[in-house]
Design a protein around this ligand. Sequence first.
Ligand code: DP6
Length: 335
Amino acid sequence: MKAATAVAGTNIALVKYWGKRDEVLNLPATGSLSLTLDRLGTRTRVAFDGGDGTHDRVTLDGAPASEKVATRVTRFLDRVRARAGIAARATVVTDNSVPTASGLASSASGFAALALAATGAAGLALAPTELSVLARLGSGSAARSIFGGFVEMAPGTRADGSDAAAHPLDAGAGWDASASWNVRLIVAITATGEKALGSTAAMRRTAETSPYYDAWVRGVDGDLAAARAAIAARDLEALGAVAERSALRMHASAMAADPPILYWNPATIAAMARVRALRVEGASAFFTIDAGPHVKVLCDAREAEAVAAALAETPGVLRTLIASPGLGARLEESA
Ligand code: DP6
């Protein structure tokens, strides 16, 4: 029996991915840029052992996965099976380091870990770029979690999507080693439960109905260039400015959809205001927000505890956690 276990960290986009040029191959309309984290990850074991006889058996956080999740996993495994020339159904056991229902568990670390574990179990040794392409078919943001540290996703130009892959920026080193470039990402949790509208559906609605979608897409290349330059220069202020602008533009495009998509709650806004107030007091802290109400704050490592404490006492913030830059997806020794 072939089995493999992989772990992957989630990633937070500083220049957002919001829209597709092809839904079938899950090709993004634009590039994006993210930071892979050491926390909020996924561990997944895949064994092509026949599953339950007729179906893949999928366990998520200790319980049988919903039909929706199981179907998405099977569709993904079908691609791996086709490529490896195997027919066997699989047993998939996957655990998130945060509860799936918290709204923090991500498809990014989930499909990155699944891509690596499934190809490992199938005996396919894919190069990292190929793994990134494969993970993208599960979820666009997962392509970035194959790599550690700062990562850029290329939208690609080929129709088959073979060049729509992520690559690490900064060669994975300097960002953590140099004291002047020691960043943290603080997550301020502002609600419990899963998000109202998933990213895939929300992106589709934005692209189809938002009068601001085209303007959003046109702005991304400029943000990417500014973010790349900021990372090369170790300029946290410049990177943070891009991150806030990109997140607000993404949300603005979604808010203008019909019906409108509004992910924020009062605590989301309070946390943004708090971050801006901290900056006035001299802190290097910058927010970003994904398809949910939580606020993620990029800051200097030396200020992380103080920033997290300020966020924790912001009305409506339920909990905070501090994550560091993390490694890319990797196989674990014991399958
Ligand atoms: C707001 O990667 O979850 O987090 O490709 O449809 O699975 P699909 O979408 P997904 O979208 C992520 C959206 C985002 C921004 C980002 O991570 O870049």
